[in-house]
Design a protein around this ligand. Structure first.
Ligand SMILES: [Zn+2]
Length: 329
């Protein structure tokens, strides 16, 4: 449906979760994310037809970030609209251009040093969400302005944290933003509103900055990929406070776990088991905490709050030289 002049929001499903797609239609047709390998054929093209348009009318797809459910439709888009440009942030370019690279670099990143990897059925589910490799046409850095129509600029924002190269769109005329997964509340809800997956941010320092940057924009309508539409300052500020609160709870739960860990330190899996009951619990999806836990541990290590080391092949963390100072504050 057209939620604001020129901004269309299309509800789709990803398993038991919602996945919203966003399409700007003005002098140009600009799609934000291509979804999974089925999304273009099942949802976007039929929606365009209802508007009296055809797939080849799509001028550009901006891929918000490197995740299987956000760029999996790239090859379907290129088949139907060969002239459409696909753009993404330079930092996520490699993973978005190559499904095999993201399978290894993102989804299998915990295998060697943390002995955690997705079961085969999850790996094939993830791989199945992405079509064949598609070369990206344009890299972005944030700060670009895309002219949807005369008097209708769309500002591209770099919003790192969930991934290094996450981008979002801010529309100053409508005070509306399409930010997909840039801010992730206290987790991802299923269709009934129950939180079923943790917020999978990976880069803690930049995620904090992104939450603040979004809070400072005068957004009145906030469109995210896995949450119902947020309208009005109160709803948006509540969502962002809850997003920040999760990061703060992770901070204290992890530092407490490390403080109590003693001689043997803790592995990634052990840290997840300690914090899951406090920040979740996330049940079957608790392993997804690997992303934010590792993000926090990297930040703590750089601050001297924890010390990382290896026993055998596994990385462990212990209290760092600055840990007492932090615990007292
Ligand atoms: Zn994502």
């Amino acid at each position: 449906m057209e939620i604001l002049p020129g901004l269309h929001r299309i509800e789709t499903l990803l398993g038991n979760r919602k996945l919203y797609q966003h399409l700007y239609v003005g002098d140009r047709v600009i799609l934000i994310d291509t979804g999974t390998s089925d999304t273009m054929g099942e949802h976007i093209f039929p929606y365009l037809e209802k508007l009296g348009r055809v797939p080849a009318d799509i001028d550009m797809a901006i891929i918000s970030h490197a995740d299987a459910d956000h760029f999996g439709g790239n090859s379907a888009l290129k088949r139907a609209a060969p002239h459409a440009w696909i753009a993404c942030h330079a930092f996520d370019f490699e993973w978005i251009s190559d499904p095999e690279a993201i399978m290894e670099g993102r989804y299998n990143q915990f295998a060697d040093m943390h002995d955690m990897s997705y079961p085969e059925e999850v790996r094939s589910f993830l791989r199945g969400m992405m079509g064949s490799a598609v070369v990206i046409d344009l890299t972005l850095t944030g700060g670009e302005t895309i002219i949807l129509a005369n008097g209708r600029p769309l500002q591209l924002l770099a919003l790192p944290g969930h991934t290094r190269g996450h981008v979002g769109i801010y529309d100053p005329v409508e005070k509306a933003a399409v930010l997909t997964d840039a801010v992730l509340w206290k987790g991802l809800p299923d269709v009934d509103g129950h939180v079923v997956m943790p917020p999978t941010y990976c880069h803690t320092e930049t995620y904090r900055t992104t939450i603040q940057a979004v809070a400072q924009l005068p957004i009145e309508t906030l469109c995210l990929s896995h949450y119902d539409l947020l309208e009005g300052r109160t709803a948006i500020e509540d969502f962002l406070s809850e997003t920040q609160r999760f990061v703060d709870r992770m901070d204290s739960a992890l530092l407490e776990a490390i403080a109590e860990s003693g001689e043997s330190g803790l592995t990634l899996r052990e840290l997840i088991d300690r914090v899951d009951p406090i920040v979740g619990p996330f049940g079957d999806a608790s392993a997804e905490l690997a992303y934010p836990v590792l993000g926090h541990m990297k930040e703590f290590t750089s601050q001297g709050l924890v010390r990382a080391g290896k026993i055998g092949n596994l990385i462990r963390w212990w209290k760092g030289e600055n840990s007492e100072a932090r615990i007292r504050t």
